[in-house]
Design a protein around this ligand. Structure first.
Ligand code: 4NP
Length: 162
């Protein structure tokens, strides 16, 4: 009766279009959280800074590369909204431009404090951003997945400690 239940940590991954990097981060993190049986403790979503791709499935190239590693990308692109800054606990951008834009859009200081950089959670690969793969070749998509798998491992580790 008196059981104190901890509220789940709500994480929002953000990139420019919400069709390559952030939906991949969402799928990878969901898979890790499921493996760790932590679904009750963590909620995960993704969004884009552009609304251009709203309603679309992730980019087909990204889906093919992700599927080879066992991730099905099934989320639909949506633009980030002001309400997201209040309802999520962590808002994680992929590169400098994402972080700057998120800082500009944050409705207040408290909400701006929730903004993080994805690569800050990396433990194995030393990179300061997850490069936009949209206009590049196949290796760019593999690089995105390598970085996101590394960062999601690190993020899960942080969540276990908290
Ligand atoms: P994302 O990649 O930010 O990782 O989803 C992009 C997707 C679309 C565009 C740019 C980046 N675009 O310019 O349409």
């Amino acid at each position: 009766m008196n059981k104190i239940e901890k509220k789940p940590v709500k994480i929002l991954f953000v990139c420019l279009g919400n069709i390559c990097r952030s939906p991949s981060a969402e799928a990878i993190m969901k898979a890790l959280v499921e493996q760790a049986e932590m679904e009750q403790c963590v909620e995960i979503d993704s969004a884009g800074l552009l609304s251009y791709h709203q309603g679309s499935l992730p980019d087909e190239r990204m889906r093919i590369h992700a599927r080879k590693r066992g991730y099905e990308l099934i989320s639909r692109s949506r633009p980030i909204e002001t309400e997201d800054f209040f309802s999520f606990d962590l808002i994680i951008g992929m590169d400098d431009a994402n972080i700057e834009e998120l800082q500009q859009r944050a409705p207040g200081l408290e909400e701006a404090k929730k903004i993080r950089r994805m690569t800050d959670y990396c433990r194995r690969i030393q990179m300061d951003h997850v490069p936009d793969p949209y206009y590049g070749g196949h290796s760019g998509f593999e690089m995105v997945l390598d970085l996101l798998e590394d960062a999601c491992d690190g993020l899960l580790e942080e969540l276990r400690k908290s």
